[in-house]
Design a protein. Structure first.
Ligand code: PLP
Length: 382
């Protein structure tokens, strides 16, 4: 299988050189816009590209307000803060995620709690969440969701749209409402992914997107907080810009804010990338169809978008028939210059999260041992 696949991927990307998992492409106005920032000297935290980039994301996702940040982790940190997460709180998320999801809440003094993912979406499973809460939580006299054994508050649920595949949002929202827990979507990987026709990141109380170099589009480093209302957006901007109260010369800050503003230089790159986003998304869909056809009838299963969703297919993924086959597959393909990689090690295996509370993680463990990501950069299928 690996030899056949290496040839197939080399044909698609029309090269025998190293093929990365996901590489950025700058074929539009990137240079021109960056040059504009240099000529204007507005390269830093003030400038017209930041406003423009935020407006482009608002138009594309349909969110009420988008606030640009220095990276996706900072966007997630801000989203959690805005959702009311504070030191000592519990935050439920997936063990099957990139470490940034957990780090963002950990550095606020909150604790991650791990619940299993669904085989349909690879993201947080609504049934597993409900079962976990039934077993571990009560609604206390203040109406908050409290842990039965420690008395700590479950403040937020953070589903992550793994590889761009939207989680089962309707069902998750029902559970969050029932238990009075805020929903914060880690939409870092899902720009261009829609749940029942609505963009991911527009369901949560607050959500985060990433524009890191390996994502669908990039600003070098960058992120965006999606807010449900204009008022939330104004508050979020305030918090990410050192909470300075606007004044012609006086320095007054009304809370301990963050310096998380996206520089104009990076926003310029973002504006140019937004102009080609739809083209890249189309190419990525075509690529995923090619892969699906390729693996059809084999004992490798290509991961398709859930039937209720339109995925951006950020990273294409396959499920190997066994852990042994997977080891060999990863080794052989990488040796032949085609980058493939295993899914992240589950969060509770990392030293800082090994004592985290968790529910049953059977599906996460099953996926961890079998899943492989394969090259996914946008490409014109010849
Ligand atoms: C990329 C990513 C982030 C963080 O984004 P950065 O911009 O790299 O800080 C967070 N969560 C997930 C799931 C990601 O894939």
């Amino acid at each position: 299988m690996h030899n056949k696949l290496v040839k197939f991927i080399q044909d698609i990307y029309q090269t025998k050189e190293f093929i990365p998992l996901h590489a950025p492409i700058f074929s539009g106005n990137e240079k021109a816009y960056i040059n504009n920032t240099l000529e204007s000297t507005f390269v830093s935290s003030v400038g017209e590209y930041v406003d423009k980039f935020e407006q482009q994301i608002e138009a594309f996702t349909g969110t009420a307000k988008a606030i640009a940040t220095v990276n996706g982790t900072a966007a997630l940190h801000t989203a959690l803060y805005m959702a009311g997460v504070r030191s000592g709180d519990l935050v439920i998320t997936q063990a099957l995620t990139f470490v940034a999801t957990c780090n963002a809440l950990y550095h606020m003094g909150a604790e991650p709690v791990f619940v299993d993912v669904s085989k349909v979406s690879l993201g947080l499973c609504p049934k597993a969440l409900e079962i976990y809460l039934e077993d571990n939580a009560i609604i206390n006299n203040a109406g908050l969701c409290e842990d039965k054994s420690t008395g700590k508050i479950y403040r937020a649920v953070v589903p992550m749209h793994t590889f761009g595949h939207p989680v089962e949002l309707d069902e998750l929202i029902v559970v969050c409402k029932k238990w009075n827990i805020k929903l914060v979507e880690d939409a870092a990987e899902s720009l261009g992914s829609f749940y029942k026709g609505k963009h991911t990141g527009t369901f949560g109380d607050f959500s985060a997107i990433s524009f890191n170099g390996n994502k669908v589009i990039t600003t070098g480093g960058g992120g965006m907080v999606l807010c449900k209302s204009i008022e939330d957006g104004i508050r979020t901007k305030h918090v990410t810009t050192t909470a300075k109260v606007s004044h012609p010369y006086d320095f007054f800050h009304d809370e301990a804010g963050f310096n998380y503003r996206l520089p104009n230089l990076n926003a310029a790159l973002g504006c140019a990338q937004m102009e080609v986003l739809s083209k890249y998304l189309k190419q990525k869909r075509e690529l995923s169809q090619e892969y699906n056809n390729f693996f059809d009838g084999s004992d490798f299963k290509f991961v398709l978008e859930p039937e209720y969703a339109q995925s951006n297919y950020w990273l294409n993924a396959i499920i190997c028939p066994s852990a042994e086959v997977r080891e060999k597959f990863i080794k052989e393909t990488n040796m032949q210059g085609v980058m493939t990689r295993p899914i992240w090690q589950l969060m509770h295996r990392l030293p800082m999260y090994k004592n985290a509370k968790r529910g049953d993680l059977a599906t996460s463990i099953w996926l961890e041992s079998r899943l492989v990501n394969i090259p996914s950069s946008p490409v014109i299928i010849g």
